[in-house]
Write a protein that binds this ligand. Structure first.
Ligand SMILES: *Cc1c(COP(=O)(O)O)cnc(C)c1O
Length: 410
């Protein structure tokens, strides 16, 4: 049979076990623990010989169904759902990192990810090496035998820098290093991470997937593409588990010990959100491109940044990797920080809030908020400008959004 389209597969992943009442939507199993008929069955489950659920910090039927839906639409080997995007990032990196290892990345990172690498992991002896990921010689020079991961965001926020993934994956794989990519800003149907050499994909499902910003969640999507025998930490696991070495280390140890599994209520909402993601995305990203074009002509706006604009320096690589609608987020620069605050305060329809890909359009001044606790020098080194406004484009009529922006510019 011909492989069904994303829109179809996203709706029709069957349950592991038939629901006793034939429920059409996956029920929410709000339970901490599961009962066993016998001590033998209990032993078998706890020792991993059967796949029965034992405790909801480790597995839960509703969360597992959500994980299976993601597996079905991505074709991944293993998917783990966690209770935030940050939990997905920290669980994934802790699975590969060890004292004395280093993570090669860029300073163009989501604020908490940067802090996690620079402060949290660094305190355990894991070095964070920031370099320019658009400069292949620099990347090659930073990767050594103790590099446990090349980590990056596929379109950085708020700089909107696009990495050339095939080139970076080639460097990483040549040196025996997995490529771990945060792909939160482009959904699965727009960007197929494994086709571009990504081994482990990280997604904040709080964003596109949750559907109307209902809940916080994160995903670790493991394509089973990396040869873990080349990893210092996982080579031993690789002898026993092969391609599943990372998945096994994560599921049998790291995620149980860190205790940040997704909760069933969130999995229910995000399964529902996933069903409509493709339709919402088409509208939101389409409006984003329309707005990016419209904003270029407005007085008071110095520059507009969206990689779907032909004038953007990353246009070609963005188009190759993400197609003609690369996300529903854009940024623009005004003349000064004061102008940005004035603009924010005059907005009437667009909401002042953080988050991305809510159904409502959201505006934020990143320098004073997400990066507010960083020093001016750090912000400079991260290319986070005081003059930038970030817009996450929602489902409203784009003409209404443009009107609001025009009146707020004054
Ligand atoms: C929001 C976001 C995160 C963090 O996700 P949470 O669900 O808020 O923990 C990580 N990376 C990117 C690119 C994000 O936009």
């Amino acid at each position: 049979m011909k492989k069904q389209g994303f829109e179809t597969r996203v709706l029709h992943t069957s349950y592991e076990r038939e629901d006793v009442y034939g429920a059409l939507a996956m029920p929410v199993y709000n339970t901490a623990a599961y009962e066993f008929e016998t001590a033998e069955a209990m032993e078998a489950a706890f020792c991993g010989r059967t796949a029965d659920h034992a405790y909801s910090r480790i597995t839960n039927p509703t969360v597992q169904h959500f994980e299976n839906c993601i597996r079905s639409v991505t074709g991944a080997l293993g998917v783990t759902a966690l209770n935030s995007g940050m939990a997905a990032i920290s669980n994934a990196l802790i699975t590969v990192a060890y004292a004395g290892s280093n993570v090669v990345t860029s300073s163009h990172l989501f604020g908490n990810t940067y802090s996690f690498l620079k402060n949290t992991l660094a305190a355990f002896g894991v070095e964070c090496r920031c370099c320019d990921l658009t400069n292949m010689d620099e990347v090659r020079a930073q990767v050594d035998e103790h590099t446990c991961a090349l980590f990056l965001e596929v379109i950085t926020n708020p700089q909107l820098e696009v990495a050339d993934l095939k080139k970076l994956a080639a460097i990483a794989h040549e040196k025996g290093v997995p490529l771990i990519a945060d792909t939160t800003v482009v959904p699965f149907h727009v960007f197929q991470a494994d086709k571009f050499g990504v081994d482990i994909e990280i997604v904040s499902s709080t964003k596109y997937i949750s559907g109307g910003a209902t809940s916080i969640g994160g995903l670790i999507v493991d394509y089973g593409s990396f040869d873990w025998s080349r990893s210092q930490k996982l080579a031993g696991m690789s002898r026993d588990f092969g391609k599943a070495a990372f998945a096994t280390k994560l599921r049998k140890e790291i995620h149980r010990n860190l205790g940040a599994y997704m909760t069933p209520q969130v999995a229910y909402m995000q399964t529902l959100g996933l069903e409509t993601m493709e339709v919402r995305y088409a509208r939101q990203a389409g409006s984003c491109l329309q707005l990016a074009r419209g904003l270029q002509d407005l007085d008071g706006i110095e520059s507009v940044n969206y990689t779907g604009l032909e004038s953007n320096p990353f246009y070609l690589i963005s188009k190759e990797q993400f197609g003609s609608l690369p996300g529903a987020m854009l940024t623009f620069d005004l003349a000064s920080r004061e102008d940005c605050f004035r603009f924010m305060n005059r907005l009437k329809l667009i909401r002042r809030a953080t988050n991305l890909f809510d159904n409502k359009t959201l505006a934020i001044h990143p320098a004073s908020t997400i990066y507010g606790s960083f020093s001016p020098e750090q912000r400079l080194s991260m290319d986070v400008s005081d003059k930038t406004i970030r817009l996450s484009v929602g489902l409203e009529c784009p003409d209404d959004l443009l009107e609001d922006i025009k009146q707020a510019l004054g």
